[in-house]
Design a protein around this ligand. Structure first.
Ligand code: NAP
Length: 304
């Protein structure tokens, strides 16, 4: 009996992103140790432009986790008023450096820098965020490429929760390039029937009520409540929203957790659900990048 067919408990169980991300980090650590015996030392370069406080926290956490699993990390910082040329020059330098396997540019960039130009300047084989158009195209075609970290993390949560996903109906709420679209593609590859709901969808809640799996990536605090869910649905809440409370502020997802868990069979909490998975898959991508680089001809040779 699978989670989706078993009798429903009174409240949904939590999908523990901290515990599952720890499994992923253990896998990465073991592989890093195996590579060290072959004198291979994967390295991740993280570039932060400016001093956005949230970005500072994200970068610090990524560097700490990299250290935890034995991945060498290199931190690069440019001032808020750095020019696009300076950013592109640094990326060119990192692209050319064979000791750097992964390049992550922390987004958002300051408004005067063209984000797309920067993303597409990264060598696709070092693009550990999986945002380069070459990787996006490869993902759609089902080729082994670097895949965006958050959707990859969500897939792992779903596999750990439901097992085989074949034949299930998944509704993804949101169609951004970084979450919604790659998420829908990965679910399709896992043989789900996939619907994508967005701000122009007519009666998004009714579409969502048809779903065995709901992935919410909307950026609207607590939009999705019990009335959007089919009994027994598995809910992955990607949203991270800070809201004001009587005593200060707190983080909530795009799903109204207290309401949704009265109908769902399993749900990710916020925080402690999807968030830890994103960093774990960034480090997994760094490993995959280093493997791809060892098995792929240098670009200059590949075109001869
Ligand atoms: P985004 O680029 O703003 O995209 C939001 C999507 O939601 C858009 O496609 C939009 O539709 C859709 N939408 C907005 N209002 C809607 C409504 N009322 N009904 C249905 N769809 C609606 O956001 P994102 O970058 O994908 O991020 C989504 C959330 O995930 C945010 O809270 C973000 O902070 C969080 N996030 C978390 C992680 C993590 O590691 N946990 C990583 C990335 C993002 P249109 O396309 O029609 O405008």
């Amino acid at each position: 009996m699978t989670l989706l067919t078993s009798p429903l408990p009174a409240l949904a169980r939590d999908i523990d992103g901290k515990a599952i991300s720890a499994l992923v980090l253990d896998e990465v650590r073991a592989e890093v140790q195996a590579l060290a015996t072959q004198q291979v030392f994967p390295a991740l370069a993280v570039l932060l432009v400016g001093e956005d406080p949230a970005s500072e926290v994200y970068v610090r956490n990524k560097l700490l986790r990299a250290k935890d699993v034995g991945i060498r990390s290199l931190e690069y910082r440019l001032a808020q008023d750095a020019s696009q040329q300076q950013v592109l020059a640094l990326i060119a330098q990192l692209n050319a450096d064979a000791t750097v396997n992964g390049i992550l540019v922390q987004l958002p960039l300051p408004a005067h820098i063209d984000e797309q130009a920067v993303i597409h300047a990264i060598d696709p084989i070092k693009d550990v965020d999986g945002f380069h158009r070459e990787n996006v195209g490869g993902l759609v075609q089902g080729i082994e490429v670097l895949t965006p970290c958050t959707p990859s993390g969500c897939m792992r949560l779903l596999y750990e929760t439901c097992g085989d996903l074949s034949g299930l109906h998944a509704v993804v709420i949101g169609r951004s390039n970084i979450v919604g679209k790659p998420m829908a593609t990965l679910l399709l590859q896992a043989n789900c029937s996939v619907s994508v709901v967005h701000s122009r969808s007519r009666d998004a809640a009714a579409l969502c009520r048809l779903a065995d799996i709901v992935v919410a990536a909307v950026g609207r605090p607590q939009l999705i409540d019990a009335s959007w869910l089919k009994p027994g649905a598995v809910v992955i809440d990607v949203g991270i929203n800070r809201i004001n409370t009587d005593t200060g502020t707190r983080l909530v997802g795009d799903v109204d957790y207290a309401s949704a868990r009265t109908v769902a069979s399993a749900i990710t909490p916020v925080p402690g659900g999807v968030g830890p998975m994103t960093i774990a898959y960034l480090l997994k991508n760094t490993l995959i990048a280093s493997q791809l680089q060892r098995t792929t001809l240098p670009r200059a040779l590949a075109v001869i």
